[in-house]
Design a protein. Structure first.
Lengths: 305, 315
């Protein structure tokens, strides 16, 4: 605006005070621009993209032995043929990392999706219904939030054995609570807005109201929550594996690998501990970075103008 | 105020009842009867059936639940068929050690996070703030056991100044004096909590710094030391009250993992061992105990915040 020439009062092409006039941008596009301007968020997204490629495309290119015990090559330090060394039964550590990462990412993703779907519906119904139903539904949320969920996950995993699907279901069953509260809060503020009243006056059914008007408007809150839930789920799976109740051969998980490496920490077999530890920390950190950035960019109040 | 506390107490009781029903039902579905564990894997179906009948395990679950709750209210937590002891006796042996580990870690976490958050808020967007924020962010993303392992590697193996195993003293006073063994487990649990607390503390201190009473205190010429000490600390530490109450689930899980990692004989290790040999009554009692503790923590946090902050005294 610094080089605007002095103009006659009648000139209506002049930009008004306060900034350039451009095409109106949608909220999503603004949010996307905001997100891309956040360096940490882009780094987080890059880390996540790397790990998805590493875990799912990596095994197509790199074939490490992760199935057959090979007693001739146990506990080898990183070197030719085994870029990250081998374990106590001769499995290739790099191959295990890829395989274990698949499980971690799958459980993280599925658990978060299950959690968000249940949570969004629960919260929307509670917020829209109000009254007694609302109180009952939210007390149920309080009950579930008070249960130390890792304990329950452990108890169930010990009995039925852990699998990717089982873990996703049970972690998902305990991560819909925070989304339910958030979505209910959003719905409570949205339902008195004019466009919802208009839709209701026009004869929308309750489900159409939830599906077409309330959920899409609460989507921002939900997306932010999904990223944090993915991080939590990955940490939970790692804890389960570390305690020895995680996934079973031939599926590996990162926590199990760490606990295995712990036995050899006094022998100095660092490659059994630190690479897998770094993987867990990086993925969880990336999720948190992306989540933080999404929250900043989707929250209109925090947006830089 | 009193009305609010009573209402809040009422909700908590309802939630505790709901929690007990849910946990009991879930464990009942997962482990319907301990008969096999008592009679051995080769017990005949008739023997199992008669044992179940004798001990009331063939009643409808709701009857069993009510009987369990009745026993619970009379201080009977059930019997551990694996340890051949009552669950109450097992808890009595171990609870003090766990309470010490959690309590002192929580205390250290609070006295670290408070000044740290205020330091970050006062020096915000400087190198010091960035370093602390980054460290907290990395620690926050770290599984508890990995942090413990790194501490063991650095402070017990590379530079052997501490023990890699927690104190094995039976008496809690022995444990308290044994800093050689207790520093690493306490340090692990403290660091994990600090990582969670400090970001809240930082933002709450930043909010408080922008308030008018801080400007007023500065404008009347109060030395910065007093502005921070008298006006900022008290207001910025309000959210801490809530955080401590809400950190109980995190502490319980941290306890479980730290005790397992450092072989510390507390409730967490008891739970872990009970998981391995499917000691149903211990699992049930400890999960219930954890849930009740969580509810009580929330309740205390809410009430304490209302007492501490006159602005939110509702009723």
């Amino acid at each position: 605006m610094s080089n605007i020439a002095p103009l006659s009062p009648l000139d209506i092409t002049r930009a008004p005070e306060g900034g350039d006039v451009g095409p109106v941008q949608s909220g999503w596009r603004l949010a996307l621009r905001e997100f891309a301007a956040n360096k940490l968020a882009v780094i987080g997204l890059a880390i996540l993209a790397f790990f998805v490629l590493f875990c799912f495309a990596g095994p197509l290119v790199y074939h490490g032995n992760i199935l057959n015990t090979d007693l001739a090559s146990t506990n080898l330090p990183p070197g030719a043929g085994h870029p990250l060394g081998t374990t106590d039964v001769g499995f290739d550590e790099l191959g295990l990392l890829m395989n274990g990462g698949q499980a971690a990412l799958e459980v993280g993703f599925f658990a978060a999706v299950i959690g968000i779907v249940i949570g969004a519906l629960w919260g929307a119904i509670a917020g829209l219904a109000g009254g007694i139903l609302d109180s009952v539904l939210m007390r149920v949320v309080d009950v579930f939030l008070s249960i130390p969920f890792l304990f329950i996950v452990l108890i169930v995993a010990v009995k039925y054995g852990a699998s990717v699907l089982g873990l996703s279901l049970i972690i998902g069953a305990f991560t819909w609570l925070v989304p339910a509260r958030l979505v209910r809060g959003e719905v409570l503020t949205l339902r008195v807005r004019d466009f919802v009243s208009a839709a209701r006056t026009a004869g929308s059914t309750r489900w159409r109201l939830i599906g077409r008007h309330l959920i899409p408007n609460a989507l921002g809150v939900m997306i932010v929550n999904v990223t944090f839930n993915v991080a939590d789920a990955i940490l939970a799976v790692a804890a389960l594996g570390f305690l020895g109740f995680g996934l079973h051969y031939p599926t590996q998980d990162w926590g199990d690998m760490l606990s295995n490496g712990t036995q050899y920490i006094q022998d100095g077999y660092w490659w059994l501990v630190y690479p897998v530890g770094a993987c867990i920390v990086l993925v969880v950190m990336a999720c948190n970075l992306v989540g933080d950035a999404l929250r900043d960019s989707l929250d209109v109040r925090l947006r830089r103008r | 105020m009193t009305a609010y506390v009573i209402r809040r107490l009422g909700t908590s009781i309802v939630v505790v009842l709901g929690v007990s029903i849910f946990i009991y039902l879930l464990l009942h579905i997962v482990y319907p009867s301990p008969a096999i564990d008592v009679l051995g894997p080769h017990a005949s179906p008739q023997a199992i059936a008669s044992w179940n009948k004798q001990h009331g395990f063939d009643d409808p679950w709701i009857v069993q639940y009510l009987r369990y709750m009745n026993n619970l209210l009379h201080g009977n937590l059930g019997y551990s068929y694996k340890a051949n002891q009552s669950v109450a006796a097992l808890f009595a042996e171990t609870w003090a050690r766990s309470a010490y580990l959690s309590g002192i870690s929580l205390l250290f976490a609070v006295v670290t996070a408070l000044p740290l958050g205020i330091f970050q808020a006062v020096k915000r967007n400087t190198i010091g703030d960035t370093v602390v924020t980054s460290l907290a962010f990395v620690t926050y993303a770290m599984p508890v056991f990995l942090l413990g392992l790194i501490l063991i590697q650095v402070f017990a193996l590379s530079i052997p100044i501490f023990n890699y195993q927690a104190s094995q003293f039976t008496s809690v006073f022995g444990v308290m004096g044994d800093w050689y063994s207790m520093t690493l487990p306490i340090g692990t649990l403290t660091l994990i909590s600090v990582a969670g607390f400090s970001r809240y503390m930082r933002s709450s201190a930043i909010d408080a710094l922008a308030q008018d009473y801080i400007k007023a205190a500065r404008a009347k010429g109060l030395p910065e030391r007093l502005v921070l000490g008298r006006h900022l600390v008290r207001n910025a530490s309000l959210p801490m009250v809530t955080l401590i109450g809400l950190s109980i689930p995190l502490l319980l899980v941290g306890n479980l993992i730290v005790e397992t990692l450092f072989n510390y004989r507390g409730l967490g290790l008891l739970f872990y061992n009970s998981l391995q040999n499917v000691d149903y009554n211990v699992l049930l009692a400890y999960t219930l105990f954890g849930a009740v503790l969580t509810v009580v923590g929330n309740l205390i946090a809410d009430v304490a915040l209302t007492v501490a902050d006159p602005r939110i005294r509702l009723a």
